[in-house]
Design a protein around this ligand. Structure first.
Ligand code: GCU
Length: 642
């Protein structure tokens, strides 16, 4: 791993990327006139700690009912002069203190004990009609008791995700602030835990912001809240915090990666065992707790959709042991072919939003993942695009088991603030967290940098730098993005794919909506595509809306027959592209969007699913399934002829 890789990786693991030095600017002015010694640098380092494979650790779940307070004016966070309570070393107020009236004369204007409850994990929008459209701050409070299993151990609180900006406090002490709605974060609580009730208070603010990632405008519901699992995690005083164990790029028998330990005993022996292969390798971490690993293997059974082979891998140090199921495969491109374990494949995919339309709200559980990936399997998919942000950790883990290849995506969506450094840092951190979390998943083959971003010099530099970050963290997987297409004046039926970001990706991929936003379905029959790249070409979105159960002729928009005809004509058009190696139609299931307002048709739903919000399949579902059956046959015949 290069210095840059190790630096970014160390920053990622220590999460000092998120260290905030908050200097009270007011004090800075006073500083100029008041002697230096009065100056108080109000520093509370809010460092997040990376813990890989939380599911494989000793955990105590905090899922369940949490008290909550709706706080649209952030009364619990700012004093009446709009100064954050938690910026003071001895806060005089703030909901995070979780105070209760002890004296009948005491003035207190909040009380978690008397407040209602929300279920965690779940977005708040789908739990209460009052919160359906709410965007703002909600405070959560969970009381819990915890006694360490071993007095020498360390304890963390770990969040699978919370959307969007989260401040975490334990027993009145600030643990940290996390920005980003779809990536995990954890804080050490070893020295703050107490006997008896511990008060965990979490402020979640999901207001959309111009400088955020994503920015103000998205075509999906802004589900707010603690949307994924929350666990107390107990680990040894020096524990295995991170590891990367995958086949070296283009090798079928050499595992490469690293192991990192976190704690005082940084330099120690680590062992990696794969019992089924009778493989045991030993290494020693250096003084920063890091060691690069290489493990030669014989007779490795490679992972693939038809053979989702996972090995038990035991990673142990002198003080810790973690077990994980890991698959090994190679993924690369050669000219316009995508090669999985050296064999050319066609990616038979579908786009998926992280939503359980039947129950309502954000998907978050293993059961939700089983429903969504089960539908993909029924389509005869060997691949899914998890749009437009990192999905919960169960998705890639279940895809490993089910044999489904995965595209994971950073929420750099549409009109991001390209020339704002904080926005880039935010996007880089979210991408780093996604790669850090899922880099050991055989199913994950593509990291997507962005979706449908308007071409400009600032945008392309932004994406180039993200791609460089991704490759520095993981050079084994492919890089792509949903790029732009255009036509030249006078030739409206010739669609051109020529994006300045294309030279930096492994797969040329774009969204196109001929027949829905651009003409009617029969226009597909007249289109030719001009794509001059000797790279695999994939289409990450096409489709059109229809109401499940609404029938009519193929010329009537919003009928199943219109969508069915659009699918037939689009697949026929795309199949003429010589480099065509994969497609993920938009989208598996109807999903909620505040942008979709047509009464009695959309009613706040984007209707482009091939499955309706009630879980019923539409006619287009079967057009796509049939096409995938044909592509599977075509590629298996291709392999037999070799
Ligand atoms: C865009 C975008 C999607 C959106 C879709 C649509 O391509 O990437 O997020 O939902 O089109 O218009 O339905």
């Amino acid at each position: 791993m290069s210095f840059l890789q190790q630096t970014i990786s160390n920053l990622a693991s220590l999460r000092i990327l998120n260290t905030y030095i908050q200097i009270n600017l007011l004090d800075m002015k006073r500083l100029l006139i008041i002697p230096f010694f009065i100056f108080t640098l109000q520093v509370y380092a809010q460092t997040q700690t990376l813990i890989t494979n939380v599911l494989g650790r000793q955990t105590f779940s905090l899922n369940g009912k949490w008290n909550y307070i709706i706080d649209p004016y952030e009364t619990g966070y700012y004093d009446y002069r709009y100064k954050p309570f938690d910026a003071s070393p001895k806060p005089s107020g703030g909901f995070f203190l979780d105070r209760h009236q002890t004296d009948k004369s005491e003035l207190l204007e909040y009380d978690f004990n008397q407040s209602p409850t929300l279920i965690v994990p779940r977005d708040w929008n789908s739990q209460d009609d009052k919160l359906f459209y709410y965007e703002g701050t909600i405070w959560y409070r969970r009381l819990f008791q915890y006694s360490k299993n071993n007095p020498d151990n360390r304890v963390f609180v770990h969040f699978g995700a919370a959307n969007y900006e989260t401040d975490v406090y334990l027993n009145g002490k600030k643990l940290g602030k996390h920005i980003g709605g779809f990536t995990p974060f954890a804080y050490e609580i070893t020295s703050i835990l107490k006997e008896g009730d511990n008060s965990l208070v979490v402020k979640v603010d999901d207001k959309r912001k111009r400088e955020a990632v994503p920015t103000l405008n998205t075509d999906w519901w802004n589900y707010g809240g603690i949307t994924r699992d929350v666990n107390v995690v107990e680990v040894p005083s020096t524990f295995i915090s991170d590891y990367f164990i995958q086949l070296k790029k283009s090798s079928k028998n050499l595992i490469a990666g690293y192991v990192k330990v976190n704690g005082v005993k940084k330099s120690q022996k680590v062992k990696i065992e794969i019992p089924e292969l009778k493989s045991t390798s030993e290494f020693t971490t250096n003084d920063s707790g890091y060691v690069k690993i290489e493990i030669p293997l014989k007779k490795l059974d490679l992972w693939s959709p038809s053979n989702p082979k996972l090995y038990q891998v035991n990673i142990s140090s002198e003080t810790d042991k973690v077990v994980e199921k890991i698959g090994f495969r190679t993924i690369e491109t050669k000219g316009s072919d995508i090669l999985l374990n050296g064999q050319s494949i066609f990616l038979r995919g579908i786009c998926i939003h992280e939503e359980n339309a039947i129950r309502g709200g954000r998907a978050y559980s293993l059961e939700d993942s089983r429903m969504l990936l089960g539908w993909a399997k029924e389509l005869n998919c060997n691949y899914v695009r998890l749009a437009h942000y990192p999905h919960n950790e169960y998705m890639a883990r279940l895809a490993d088991e089910m044999g489904i290849l995965v595209w994971e995506e950073n929420p750099v969506y549409w009109t991001i603030l390209w020339d704002n450094k904080e926005t880039f840092d935010n996007a880089q951190t979210q991408l780093t967290d996604l790669i850090t979390r899922d880099k050991n998943r055989a199913s994950v083959i593509i990291w997507s940098m962005a979706n449908e971003t308007p071409v400009s010099e600032a945008r392309t530099n932004f994406l180039k730098n993200l791609a460089a970050t991704a490759r520095s963290l993981d050079d084994t997987r492919l890089i792509s993005a949903a790029m732009e297409t255009h036509t030249n004046p006078g030739k409206p039926l010739t669609k051109i794919v020529e994006d300045p970001f294309a030279p930096y990706v492994d797969i040329v991929n774009f969204n196109q909506y001929v027949g829905w936003y651009d003409g009617l379905p029969e226009k597909c029959d007249q289109i030719t595509w001009e794509i001059k790249y000797d790279k695999p070409v994939m289409i990450s979105e096409f489709g059109g809306g229809c109401v499940q159960g609404l029938h009519g002729d193929a010329q009537t928009r919003w009928t199943e027959e219109f969508q069915e005809d659009l699918y037939k004509r689009t697949l026929n058009m795309l199949s003429k592209i010589p480099q065509f190696r994969g497609v993920t139609p938009w989208i598996l299931c109807d999903f909620r969007s505040p942008k979709r307002l047509l009464p009695n048709v959309q009613d706040g739903w984007n209707r482009k699913g091939v499955i309706g919000e009630n879980g019923t399949k539409k006619k287009a579902f079967f057009v796509l399934k049939n096409f995938y059956n044909q592509m599977e046959e075509k590629y298996s015949l291709k392999e037999k002829k070799k």
